[in-house]
Structures are given as C-alpha cells and as structure tokens.
Design a protein. Structure first.
Ligand SMILES: Nc1nc2c(ncn2[C@@H]2O[C@H](COP(=O)(O)OP(=O)(O)OP(=O)(O)O)[C@@H](O)[C@H]2O)c(=O)[nH]1
Length: 230
C-alpha cells in the first residue's frame, strides 16, 4: 500500500450547464464516503445553489461542502485566477486533515471550459445525451483531453432520439484511448465503473504516477465588449 500523499487528490468536474455535474458529485459521495474521506467545493456565479443542493441531499457532512461564488465568467475561477478555489480547498484540508479526495464542481459553462492543472490533479468532463448526439464529434479540449469523459443520462437516450453507444464510441475516437464512460445513475454497472475509475486514479495519484494534464485553453470568447483568448 503506498504511503498516503501529503494532500488530497483534487478532482475537477466540468461540463456544460445541466449535464449532471452536481448529481455526479452526489453519486460519488453516496458510493465512496464509507471508504474515502471526501470534501466538495462548488462554483456558482452568484449563488451557493449547488452547495445547498448537495447539503440538502444529505450525501456528506454539510461542513465538508464549500461554495465559491465566482461572479462573472465561471471559467475564470477554475482556470485564469484560481485563488478563490485554492483558498476553499486549503480551508477544507485544514478543517479535515486526512482528506483523500476533494471534488471541485465547475460552474456550468460552455463546451470549452476546463480546469487549470494548477488547481486540479485530474478532471472529468461531463456531457449528457440530451445535449444531442453530435456534441462529442464537435470536440473541444475537455472532450478530447480531460482525464475522463462521461456521457451522462444514458437512460434518457431513447427519449431524445440519441444513440448513447455511438456517442461513447465517438468519445473513444476523439480521445486517443483515454477513458470514456456512458453513465446513468439508474445503471448500477456504469456507477461501479465510475467509482472504479476514481479508485484507480487515486491509486495512481497516491503512488506518484499520475501527472496533472492541461486539456488546453478554451476557445476565444467575449466578456461584454472585450474579447479574450486565454
Ligand atoms: N434521467 C437522468 N437524469 C439525470 C441524471 N443525472 C442527473 N440528472 C438530472 O439532470 C438535471 C441536471 O442535473 P445537475 O446535477 O443539477 O446538473 P449540473 O451539471 O450540476 O447543472 P449546473 O450546476 O446548473 O450546471 C437534474 O434534473 C438531474 O436530476 C441521470 O443519470 N439520469
């Protein structure tokens, strides 16, 4: 058994609005909190809604769930100026020494927002079948190079006329062999798969084999009348 690392593995969960990031965090807390010491940091633009939802879900001691109110563009706080998130994580780590994993939820953003490797050790990019079958093919840094791509809500595929297996296949083609999981909270096999992925990644992190990757900058975009290309 490798020695416990000096700090928790920081695992980012990114992806467009409504794809199921908070639900995935709730699921991981429910499944893994008996075996791992977990903490959560959420990012919302003007509210602490996601943190309140997770606290209300009763999946973790409420003190272990911290909210960052990012203001403005949510990606700024996970990529360009990570200070608020870094402080929230350090507070959690000092209040709960011995945390194994801190899950950090990005504010739902556009398809190209990803975490800086200075903030997270590994990141999951979450899409859902309801966003349409073409999304994976269209690509973007998170889709192509996050440590894991999740195609979520596969239980809804038949209702929205999307072939979930094809989306997963397209994910594999876009990712040079990096992992892709088709997930539904109603499908226990897929839930086991994602929990195993977290355990496996934590094992690599703990043994020092895991190297944080930068999926790449987001596409040029506009904040009001100013155009940024990060
Ligand atoms: N059918 C189905 N619905 C799901 C699943 N996972 C999440 N949802 C639903 O999808 C909706 C959005 O989920 P959230 O977890 O709030 O999504 P989010 O990405 O955190 O949303 P933002 O924080 O607003 O970006 C909710 O109504 C969830 O109940 C799933 O596996 N299957």
């Amino acid at each position: 058994m490798p020695e416990k690392p000096s700090r928790a593995m920081r695992l980012g969960i990114a992806g467009p609005v409504g794809t199921g990031k908070s639900s995935l965090i709730a699921l991981l807390c429910r499944q893994l909190s008996d075996e791992l010491e977990l903490g959560v940091v959420t990012n919302d633009i003007y509210t602490d809604e996601d943190a309140r939802m997770l606290r209300a879900a009763g999946v973790l001691d409420t003190q272990r769930i911290r909210a960052v109110e990012t203001g403005a563009c949510p990606h700024t706080a996970i990529r360009d100026d990570i200070t608020m998130n870094a402080i929230a994580i350090e507070d959690l780590e000092s209040d709960f020494p011995g945390l194994d994993v801190v899950l950090i939820e990005s504010g739902g953003d556009n398809l190209t927002a990803t975490f800086s490797p200075a903030l997270v050790d590994a990141q999951i990019f979450v899409l859902d079948v309801a966003g349409g079958g073409d999304v994976v093919r269209k690509g973007g840094p998170g889709i192509a190079r996050a440590d894991l791509l999740v195609v979520n809500k596969t239980d809804l595929a038949a209702y929205v006329g999307v072939d979930a297996d094809l989306m997963v296949q397209q994910g594999f083609s876009a990712r040079d062999g990096r992992p892709v999981i088709g997930l539904s909270r109603l499908d226990t096999e897929s839930v086991t798969q994602i929990c195993d992925w977290v355990r496996h990644t934590l094992g690599h992190y703990a043994s020092g084999e895991h190297v944080a990757q930068d999926p790449g900058p987001m596409a040029p975009h506009s904040h009001g009348d100013v155009t940024h290309s990060h």
